[in-house]
Design a protein. Structure first.
Lengths: 325, 359
């Protein structure tokens, strides 16, 4: 059984300007111990998926489909059960660790709070557990007496990782965990996440716009565009040999240093990612696609088989066996 | 090396930074002040020499806090240097009001975040025309302001320009806003553009187009560019030369192919190792936090983090004492490729670094 199974997820935000579809039919599976990356640009719906998985979307939002966490549907869960499942089954490392910690509480107390609330331990034992959590993320246990301002950006992100691990979840969602960090510190935090994931056998959903980071940590990749997955498959192959023209353009933004193909040859796409309230008809990518042909504005592509364990939503892919979305 | 770069090499630099120092004085609370403590001084730029040749794209790379943005801002006159000179076409800036005014027209800056750089209550036309009005510039053939604004917008890829005249920044996408900022520079027909992380706030698929635009400006109008970036991949894509900064000092500089594929300084090597790539997490890389410019180490400023010092390679080559005691300048170790490293000096020269030309 998959740790996380998202099926036909659709999310429509209610706004004053009318309904806005942010996620338009996404299916995603994560197995035990697997790291899946979700990539895409701002507004493509990747953060909405995170919020849907933990049911953190604002009231009034229409969510359809299923989000099964170890077989249980989050979307229909009773509030009490939901509270119990959040953090013990699935936890999140949010983007911007700078702002996610309470500035007037010692980090030890913040970490212990989660453990105590979920009834994992009394206050005293919780602090012992916090000490070992800090060690696990590479901070000396005495730092539990520190306030957030006494820590650097990288150290704060380590605390956020410790917090995500506090209740031994089976799934950790990392939402842009290194975006605000400096290059060296980013590499350190990525290595820590990957080491912990291996050591604890965690399933992870890793979300970022930085494709090169995903290739480094993920087993599989899913690329999103305008609320849909347009390509998925093993990460090295998706990044190295994209089957969808959008993936190809995204990958070109992270050139390999030393590769003469990229030297003095910046490449990108014309136009901009579409606004969720004005998604083009047919294939949503067709106005920016260098390979678009007459059928693209009319037909919505499914995810077609594009090699072993790979699928891509492009009408150019010969229509062999059609895989259900 | 491309023809453009080699042709520009023979010409005198359009912009030159000589021995530049910029410091920021820290502040203390009253209690600490009364207790006799002294506020720390951050040496953000700590002795930089740099030349930008006509029509050249020079990338300035390094971690946050290395001083690259301070250097760019000081060149623009937005920070006051403690010591040192900035020369434009051989003349120091700031001496003469007329020259300074001319300098400010001919050297333009593109900031990281176009949303912050544009006035949200000004139309695109007003934003682009503002520089023209400040500098009282009109075309020789008597072109009207409107024609100049339209031409600048079209050159930065906003076509047809008239369609955007009355738009406000919030009606445009991030990529379009950055194009408007670039149009605001172009309208003054600059010789130099200083771009501080010009694409890092933009979506990945849009970045390439903006970089293509910048590179096109160099090719079409011969505009020289100093591009400040943390992204070595970006440097590989557009730069002719790369300068790597560490703790306020340029520690390596040279042609892009040389610096990024045959780096001489261990810090450059470390920066290249953290560029993400498949399976890359197994490589060794520097631990610790970005260094603190209020406490620059003695000797080579990189020695406390240097993997060659830690591994004993420096000691084996007999330079470890120098690493810890002697603050080395840049050595020309290969043609046009300079690095400030004792060990690299010995390896290249086969002897003591003293024998090499120090700049």
């Amino acid at each position: 059984m998959s740790v996380l199974s998202v099926r036909d997820l659709e999310v429509v935000y209610a706004t004053q300007a009318g309904p806005i579809p942010a996620v338009r039919g996404v299916s995603l599976e994560i197995e035990t111990g697997e790291v899946v990356g979700l990539a895409g640009e701002s507004g493509c719906g990747k953060s909405t998926i995170v919020n849907a998985i933990l049911r953190l979307l604002p009231p009034g939002t229409t969510v359809t489909g299923e989000v099964l966490l170890s077989g249980e549907d989050i979307l229909t869960m009773k509030p009490g059960r939901l509270r119990a499942v959040r953090w013990t089954e699935a936890s999140v490392v949010f983007q911007g660790a700078m702002h996610a910690l309470n500035p007037v509480q010692r980090i030890g107390d913040q970490l212990a709070e989660a453990i105590v609330i979920h009834g994992r331990a009394g206050e005293r034992e919780a602090l012992v557990r916090v000490g070992s959590l800090l060690e696990q993320v590479g901070l000396p246990p005495r730092r539990l007496r520190d306030y957030p301002h006494e820590l650097s950006g990288g150290q704060k992100q380590r605390v956020m990782i410790a917090m995500a691990l506090a209740c031994s979840p089976t799934l950790v969602i990392a939402d842009e965990p290194t975006t605000a960090l400096d290059v060296m510190v980013q590499a350190q935090v990525l290595r820590l996440l990957k080491d912990l994931q291996r050591e604890l056998g965690l399933a992870m959903l890793f979300i970022t716009h930085d494709l090169s980071v995903l290739v480094e940590v993920c087993d599989r990749l899913a690329i999103m565009y305008a609320g849909k997955i347009v390509e998925e498959g093993p990460s090295v192959e998706v990044f190295g040999k994209p089957a969808h023209p959008y993936t190809e353009a995204l990958a070109a933004a992270f050139p390999a240093i030393g590769d003469p193909r990229f030297r003095r040859a910046p490449s990108g796409l014309g136009g901009d990612p579409p606004q969720p309230d004005a998604i083009p008809a047919g294939c949503a990518f067709h106005p920016r696609c260098p390979l678009a042909f007459d059928e693209c504005p009319e037909t919505v592509p499914d995810l077609y088989d594009a090699g072993e364990r790979r699928r891509a939503a492009c009408l150019l892919i010969p229509r062999g066996a059609k895989v259900s979305t | 090396m491309s023809e453009v770069a080699s042709a520009s090499e023979r010409r005198a630099p359009v912009l030159e930074v000589r021995d530049l120092f910029v410091t920021f004085q820290g502040r203390l609370g009253l209690g600490a002040g009364l207790a006799g403590k002294r506020a720390a001084t951050a040496r953000a730029v700590d002795g930089v020499n740099l030349e930008l040749r006509p029509g050249e794209v020079l990338a300035l790379a390094g971690e946050s806090g290395c001083g690259k943005t301070t250097l760019a801002r000081t060149i623009m006159g937005l920070e006051r240097p403690q010591r040192g000179e900035i020369l434009f076409e051989g003349q120091p800036i700031g001496g003469n009001a007329k020259h300074l005014r001319e300098y400010r027209r001919r050297v333009q800056i593109v900031f990281q975040d176009p949303t912050a750089a544009l006035n949200p209550r000004q139309t695109i036309y007003e934003s682009v025309a503002e520089g023209l009005r400040i500098h009282g510039t009109t075309d020789q053939d008597g072109s009207s302001e409107e024609r100049l604004v339209a031409r600048a917008l079209a050159r930065s890829g906003m076509r047809p320009p008239e369609r955007f005249f009355l738009s406000y920044p919030h009606e445009l996408s991030g990529g379009q806003r950055q194009r408007v900022v670039i149009a605001g520079c172009l309208v003054l027909e600059p010789e130099v553009i200083i771009a501080d992380e010009p694409v890092s706030s933009l979506d990945a698929s849009v970045r390439g187009e903006i970089l293509k635009l910048l590179l096109g400006l160099r090719d079409d109008f011969g505009i020289a560019m100093l591009v400040v970036t943390h992204d070595l991949g970006l440097a590989w894509t557009i730069a002719d030369r790369v300068a790597v900064m560490y703790l306020g000092r340029v520690v390596e500089i040279g042609p892009t192919e040389e610096v990024l594929t045959r780096p001489l300084h261990p810090y450059t090597q470390a920066l290249l190792e953290v560029v993400p790539e498949a399976g890359g997490l197994s490589r060794p890389f520097l631990s610790g936090e970005p260094p603190d410019p209020t406490r620059i180490p003695d000797g080579c400023r990189f020695h406390p983090r240097c993997p060659d010092v830690a591994s004993g390679a420096a000691a084996a080559a007999g330079v470890e004492g120098g690493c810890k005691a002697e603050d080395l300048g840049l050595l020309e170790l290969r043609p046009g490729h300079l690095a400030a490293c004792h060990l690299a000096g010995v390896r290249a020269g086969g002897g003591r670094p003293d024998g090499l030309r120090q700049t």
